[in-house]
Design a protein around this ligand. Structure first.
Ligand code: SAM
Length: 447
């Protein structure tokens, strides 16, 4: 959009840019074209633009793919956007509060925007949450924030947000934009950053909740040494520092994101766990083998049970919170079955000599790190399409937070049942089949 066009659009709408909404409109068409070219959109690719404003980027993105969503907070622009881009979905909303879990039902997408500076961080945190199915994100940000996100350890720019966002996303600083390309002209430079999801295994595995807690604590007082800030949370800082190979005088910004991950996975007095090895360490597990009436007839290793299709037992647990949401886990990349699929809150096989309720209590402890009363919900018989498993389904009430072992669980998230229903209907392939079966059982049992 050229400057003259931008000005005439504003005057035809009888409006002026609003500072409190961070409205600095881009009027350099070449830049707009360059920014949208970085999105690598192919025809039909799904995208979402945050804060489209008068459509400076929208018109270029739409030429690449018409499968777009516009998320705009300014109610004065909603009618205009709907008329100008009738093929796109226009959502009137606040990107800081937008429920990104609703995006899962539509599958992978590209997210971008020239963000309003006053809420860039909140928007970034919302759109880099565990469950956002973005395959690429591109933002124009205040230069200072962009440099912080892409900062290297050991620099003053490296801060809490660098690590919190950088654990899951690789951040690349693409270019800086001068203030003059915007109307009104801001007092600061802007930079374009590209966020791509990190490949599984690129950084050491750890519990994301513990990582976030330690990073926030570590950066809460930058001048202090980590020993003073993290000693209590870690048990023994000197031991942790030695395991990481950093001096005990280290400060938060001197640790790389990889070292923060190692720290989150570290436990006093133990060698660092190799999640790949831990996940493989299951093949020798012994299960009870059962007959068609679910009576124990013998024992076999996990390997034999699965290899010879022997009937065996398993449990699933659905944990709900007071808001009625259900907690799902995404299985770790090292799982031999259904890696990185979404699954019940916790699930597992019944070990030889254990019963269903004992197993459910153990799995709740091992996979979510909590104890809670368990209520039996339903059962499913063993059949070919259930992997020859008798399954007992339990439910529990808990508010979290959970402690997720990285060898087992990649991450977890609460979902509203209706949201989950829409996602399941649209993309059953995102879920482990065992969960799909249990979800149907659960709905049936609840009428
Ligand atoms: N994309 C347009 C461009 O490049 O010219 C506008 C960019 S302007 C910097 C930021 C845009 O975000 C404005 O349209 C503003 O109304 C919108 N906005 C501000 N706060 C928002 C929020 N919380 N959620 C969604 N959009 C918001």
């Amino acid at each position: 959009m050229k400057l003259s066009e931008l000005q005439s659009t504003l005057s035809s709408l009888g409006t002026t840019p609003t500072r409190s909404l961070g409205q600095n409109f881009l009027h350099d068409r070449n830049l707009a074209d360059w920014i949208t070219a970085q999105l690598q959109l192919a025809p039909g690719d799904r995208w979402l633009e945050i804060g489209p404003g008068l459509g400076a980027l929208t018109e270029h993105a739409q030429k690449r793919s018409t499968n777009g969503i516009l998320l705009e907070k300014d109610d004065r622009l909603i009618g205009f956007l709907g008329e100008r881009y009738p093929g796109l979905e226009v959502v009137h909303g606040d990107a800081c509060r937008f429920d990104t879990r609703n995006l899962l039902a539509g599958g992978p997408l590209v997210v971008f925007g020239n963000l309003p500076y006053y809420v860039s961080s909140q928007i970034l945190f919302n759109f880099t949450a565990n469950s956002v199915p973005a395959k690429l994100q591109l933002y124009t940000l205040q230069r200072e924030l962009a440099e912080r996100l892409a900062a290297q350890p050991g620099t003053k720019e490296f801060g809490g947000p660098t690590a919190l966002i950088g654990r899951r996303w690789k951040v690349q600083l693409l270019r800086t934009l001068p203030p003059q390309v915007f109307l009104p002209v801001p007092t600061i430079d802007s930079s374009v950053v590209l966020l791509t999801p990190r490949a599984p295994g690129e950084l050491p595995a750890c519990d994301g909740g513990r990582f976030n807690m330690l990073v926030k604590l570590g950066f809460s007082q930058r001048r202090k040494q980590l020993g003073n800030l993290l000693g209590k949370a870690l048990g023994s800082w000197p031991e942790a520092a030695a395991a990481l190979g950093v001096p005990t005088t280290a400060r938060a910004e001197s640790l790389s994101i990889s070292q923060w991950c190692q720290l989150a996975a570290w436990k006093p007095g133990t060698a660092p766990e190799d999640p790949a090895a831990a996940a493989q360490d299951i093949h020798g597990e012994i299960f009870d083998v059962v007959d068609a009436q679910d009576q124990v007839t013998g024992q076999a290793t996990r390997h034999e049970v699965h290899g010879k299709n022997l009937r065996h037992r398993a449990i699933h647990i659905l944990v709900r919170n007071k808001a009625g949401e259900v907690f799902l886990q995404r299985r770790s990349q090292w799982k031999d079955v259904c890696p990185l699929k979404w699954d019940s809150s916790a699930a597992g096989h019944v070990n030889a000599g254990q019963d269903y309720p004992e197993t459910a209590a153990r799995e709740l402890r091992e996979e979510l790190g909590v104890e809670a009363p368990l209520k039996w919900v339903a059962k499913a018989d063993a059949a070919e399409n259930t992997g020859h498993e008798f399954v007992h389904l339990f439910e529990a009430a808990h508010e979290g937070p959970f402690h997720l072992p990285p060898a087992e669980v990649d991450c977890g998230e609460w979902f509203e049942p209706a949201q989950l229903e829409r996602w399941l209907a649209a993309r059953p392939e995102d879920f482990a089949p065992g969960f799909r079966r249990c979800w149907a059982l659960w709905k049936q049992a609840r009428g």
